[in-house]
Design a protein around this ligand. Sequence first.
Ligand code: ADP
Length: 193
Amino acid sequence: MNIILLGPPGAGKGTQAGRLVSDRNMVQLSTGDMLRAARTSGTEMGKIVADVMDRGDLVTDEIVIGLIKEQLESGKTGGGFIFDGFPRTLQQADALGALMDEMGLTLDHVIEMQVNDEVLVKRIVGRAEEARKAGQPVRADDNEESLKVRLLAYYKQTSPLIGYYYAKGMLKSLDGLGTIEQVSKDIASILDA
Ligand code: ADP
């Protein structure tokens, strides 16, 4: 079973992906995590992506498609892939489709986590506040300014994927504002249907 978790920043994709990894031995492919790892590696690519990410803009399709391709070809499949934060543009979605076709993989569900924008902003700014108080590291892009850019990028570049996957008959939408437990249950009922 291979799925995409789709939704704006702060919708809880990473949390749910983490649960699917432990509950179902799925393999989480988070381009955000891959890019954060790349930026700390000190490579040329890392330096390029760091600025873009801190601003809240999207990294080029070429870079993220390359990262995903590398992971898909690494041979680790487990109980299937969870694409988390990818694809984020129509071009990435097309590239993923082509890559999966080539590899004989199918995309089973695209799960859209719907959240109200006001709640989103509160969640992300709150998450940064809590981390700061606890003396934990705060993501450089978890501030109101970058968040505005990230939300805009989502609506401009990523939300067209909702229609794209709906037309392909793969879209399942759920209320991302429920408790973590409730959202997990909703995802489970999609996967086990
Ligand atoms: P969030 O979902 O909380 O916005 P992510 O961890 O998924 O954060 O991504 C953080 C940043 O990494 C994005 O704002 C963007 O700059 C970059 N990024 C992640 N995934 C992609 C992608 N598929 N395409 C382009 N840029 C990406």
